[in-house]
Design a protein around this ligand. Structure first.
Ligand code: ADP
Length: 317
């Protein structure tokens, strides 16, 4: 089973011709739905077949009720700290070219406390895999990883969003970290003073990318997601997680991508579901499954609502 600790947002999306300029009032096609990296990843883990619990913080409002309703509908357990803050929100403008401008109201997500997570110690210790992101207070996330690590549970850190605070001690608590190119560049800059343009990451040769991953985390696996290019994996030479190679690339699925929002969330949820399903399988098999799951998630509009239903058992071995 999988425990995801993280954020829930009610997303409000306006699709407009152009993004509004300061002072402008424009019209757009409105839709609303669930979001937040934690929630999206919990939905993905569940739909990828894992018995899933999502630990988050919610306000006493319609957004909180929405989170509980959707979790019940998707068949996962939601364990929420009750907060006086409003449930998290996202205000998103998307233009005709698919570019976006986003404002996040962290609300209750920013109030997820260390104490509440400590109260989930038994739950965390009983998990096969614990998955976290950085849309919650970093100290709380570090506490969750620490409790999981203490119990010998596999820990996965999706170090997103890119501008979130993080620390070396946090990275060290993760068995696997899963940045996209932007997050990878941000981590390198922040923690090892290595400046690299996110747009150049995918074009680096394997040995150079591997060296950068090893510079970032001495031990521990780094999975860099490369959007439409696929994925790069780098292991510590002493811990190959069942793989034959310390580093390798896996190409993206050939799909008709229409909306890549939440592709990273799909990837992370599916990755931990696969690890929980067969912890002793070669790591490359989990990455291949997650890559397929994430590719399929881009064929529908939306994030959580676009997650496919597709488990490791649906795969040829
Ligand atoms: P994020 O959503 O965090 O920016 P990426 O863009 O790196 O993350 O996407 C995560 C994963 O989703 C990729 O590694 C890949 O497996 C899949 N993916 C994303 N975009 C596409 C695409 N256009 N075609 C196929 N797979 C994709």
């Amino acid at each position: 089973n999988v425990v995801v600790v993280g954020s829930f947002n009610v997303d409000h999306v306006w699709r407009c011709e152009v993004l509004p300029a300061p002072g402008a009032t424009i019209a757009g096609r409105y839709s609303t739905g669930p979001g937040g990296k934690g929630f999206n990843q919990a939905v993905a883990a569940r739909r990828a077949g894992a018995d899933t619990t999502f630990v988050c913080a919610l306000g006493d409002d319609a957004g909180g009720a929405m989170a509980r309703g959707l979790a019940a509908q998707d068949g996962f357990t939601l364990t929420a700290e009750a907060c006086s803050e409003p449930t998290g929100t996202g205000g998103i403008y998307v233009d005709a070219r698919g570019r976006n401008t986003i404002v996040i109201g962290p609300g209750a997500n920013a109030a997820l406390s260390i104490g509440f997570v400590q109260g989930q110690q038994a739950l965390l210790a009983a998990a096969k895999v614990v998955l976290v992101q950085l849309e919650s207070p970093v100290d709380t996330i570090e506490a969750a990883l620490g409790l999981a690590r203490e119990a010998g549970v596999i820990t996965v850190l999706n170090a997103a969003p890119a501008d979130a605070p993080s620390s070396i001690s946090l990275l060290k608590l993760a068995d696997v970290i899963t940045p996209n190119e932007t997050e990878f560049a941000a981590l390198l800059n922040r923690h090892v003073g290595e400046r690299i343009d996110p747009n150049d990451v995918a074009a680096l040769d394997g040995a150079s990318l591997h060296a950068l991953c090893r510079k970032l985390v001495g031990s521990g696996t780094v999975v860099v997601t490369l959007g439409a290019v696929g994925v790069f994996v780098s292991h510590d030479e002493d811990t190959l997680r069942g793989d034959a190679q310390p580093y390798y690339r896996i190409g993206a699925e050939q799909v008709q991508a229409i909306d890549t929002t939440g592709a990273g969330d799909a990837f992370n949820g599916a990755l931990v579901a696969s690890i929980a399903h067969s912890p002793d399988a070669p790591f490359a098999r989990h990455v291949r499954f997650a890559n397929q799951f994430a590719g399929r998630s881009t064929e529908k509009e939306g994030a959580a609502v676009a997650m496919p239903h597709f488990t490791p058992d649906d795969q040829p071995a």
